[in-house]
Design a protein around this ligand. Structure first.
Ligand code: ADP
Ligand code: LRH
Length: 478
């Protein structure tokens, strides 16, 4: 048995998990969890990078002696370092308003169709490319010598080494998914200096060892290697989908829902662009062909607006509320920014001519029905666009703890749902480290180990397909 520490930073919380891996065993335990709270300062919405790093150090201390450490986090965001290696300001949050209207400026130089054909990444205002364009005239970018994506930044602070891990790099919209390296031509035309980025790293590559000061602060005995993992949390989570064979779709449900397929090659058609699917890079040459859906963010923001009532109670009220009464488009950018979420949901229902949910239970039900509907659309569209039929939908991430959401997803998709690990990203993170140390085989072997060791819950679709079709039609008519 060997122990690995998985640092997994989600948009709502950070955690340090410890995975114990044996010849045919895999156990995961939580060493430390801490909130990840964005901070609004006069210049905008920022991540508290130092609080995250402090949480990581606390977590490593709590984890105890491990064979290696791996880090994954949410995508697209980055920290800038100056020539002395100092962080230039707090990393900008992807929900910050600075990217409003920026994509159109980028498309004036490289038309959206051409950009998609070269990078395979769906339009989202916060893609790193648009963030860099928004920051072009900023003092910080002018003084930056290095750009490190969030997991690479934390890895740098732990080790002193720098790299750009590939799966997360693919979310910058500056990677060509066919060559799996930088889209040099796109970067040049858009004036992005690729020298800002440290050399690319693959999942499984060594990423240095914990610095002596880190060992001292965490009480660990050195040397402790840091191993590059699929540092995009969704890459790690998809690696930990307990699937057998190829005919499956996955939905990673947390702050976001990422719904799609695992493919051997990207789909770069115009139809795919119009349907807003991304070709993010996964482990072992795979492509994560998926759509970003607003996810449980919608509920998190309602909970915040309501003063954080008990989630179990809310879900029970939602379970008792009328089904499919009103639905909103859970992919709609209007829900991206924080604040006033219950009102925004009510407004969307009102303008689409549906009953306006009033109670907390009704609003929660509207969110869950809308998410399930968005899952249905993504799973159906992905199959059509990639010409890959599926028999089952695997759900992983924090949303697996929400049985109502899983059941509604099965109902909406008309397919069995198998709910895997709530902490799938941490499991994928651990497995890639274990593999780099020779303990596990290829992706199929990793998934085999998961199916033998992790509890799975199965949800069978209840045959109300017509109601979901009708709800879908209601949204399409908007
Ligand atoms: P992220 O990694 O993006 O921060 P997670 O994968 O941790 O998100 O998922 C967080 C979400 O999981 C919460 O917002 C909540 O909706 C859901 N969740 C967590 N715990 C529970 C629970 N006990 N019951 C129902 N839902 C839960
Ligand atoms: C989920 C996630 C998702 C990205 C978003 C910014 O945590 O990494 O895959 O699109 O955050």
């Amino acid at each position: 048995m060997r122990s690995y520490a998985a640092v997994d930073l989600g948009a709502s919380s950070g955690r340090v998990m410890v995975g114990r891996v044996g010849a045919d065993s895999l156990e995961l335990g939580e060493a430390h969890r801490f909130p990840n709270r964005p901070v609004r300062v006069p210049e905008g919405l920022r991540w508290d990078a130092l609080a995250l790093y402090a949480g990581v150090l606390d977590g490593l201390r709590a984890a105890g002696q491990v064979a290696s450490v791996g880090i994954d986090s949410w995508a697209v965001d980055y920290g800038l370092l100056d020539a002395d290696g100092a962080l230039l300001g707090n990393p900008v949050h992807y929900r910050d308003a600075r990217t409003e209207g920026v994509a159109e400026k980028v498309w004036a130089t490289v038309p959206a169709g051409e950009l998609y054909a070269a990078t395979g990444i769906q339009y989202a205002p916060f893609n790193t490319l648009y963030q860099l364009t928004a920051a072009r005239a900023s003092h910080q970018l002018a003084h930056a010598e290095r750009l490190l994506l969030i997991p690479d930044l934390l890895s740098h602070w732990l080790t002193g080494e720098q790299g750009t891990e590939l799966t997360n790099a693919s979310t910058t919209q500056l990677i060509d998914p066919r060559t799996r390296t930088w889209a040099y031509g796109i970067a040049e035309r858009l004036g992005v200096d690729l020298a800002l980025f440290a050399p690319l790293r693959q999942p499984g590559d060594p990423a240095g060892t914990l610095r002596p000061e880190v060992l001292e602060e965490t009480g660990l005995g050195g040397p402790v290697p840091v191993t590059a993992v699929g540092s995009h949390d969704t890459a790690s989570a998809v690696a930990a989908v307990p699937a057998i064979g190829e005919r499956f779709a996955y939905i990673c449900t947390g702050t976001w829902s990422l719904a799609g397929l695992e493919l051997a090659a990207p789909v770069l058609t115009e139809e795919s662009r119009a349907a807003n699917f991304s070709n993010e890079l996964g482990l072992d040459g795979t492509v994560r062909y998926l759509r970003n859906i607003m996810g449980l963010w919608l509920l998190q923001e309602c909970q915040r607006a309501w003063g954080e009532p008990d989630l179990g109670l809310l879900l029970r009220e939602a379970g008792a509320a009328p089904a499919l009464r009103s639905v909103v488009d859970a992919g709609d950018e209007v829900f991206l920014a924080p604040g006033r979420m219950p009102q925004r949901i009510a407004a969307a229902c009102r303008t689409s001519g549906q009953p306006v949910p009033a109670t907390r239970g009704e609003i929660t039900r509207c969110v869950l029905d809308s998410l399930a509907l968005a899952h249905r659309r993504a799973v159906a569209d992905a199959q059509r666009l990639a010409d890959r039929p599926v028999d089952v939908v695997y759900v992983v991430g924090g949303g697996t703890r929400n049985a109502l959401l899983c059941q509604l997803t099965a109902d909406a998709c008309g397919l069995p749902v198998v709910a895997g690990a709530a902490e799938a990203a941490a499991l994928g993170n651990v497995l890639v480290q274990a593999r780099a140390h020779g303990l596990v085989g290829d992706l199929a072997a990793m998934r085999g180990l998961l199916t033998r060791t992790q509890p799975l819950t199965r949800y069978t679709p209840r045959g109300d397909a017509a109601r979901w079709r009708a709800a879908e039609a209601r949204l399409a008519r908007r």
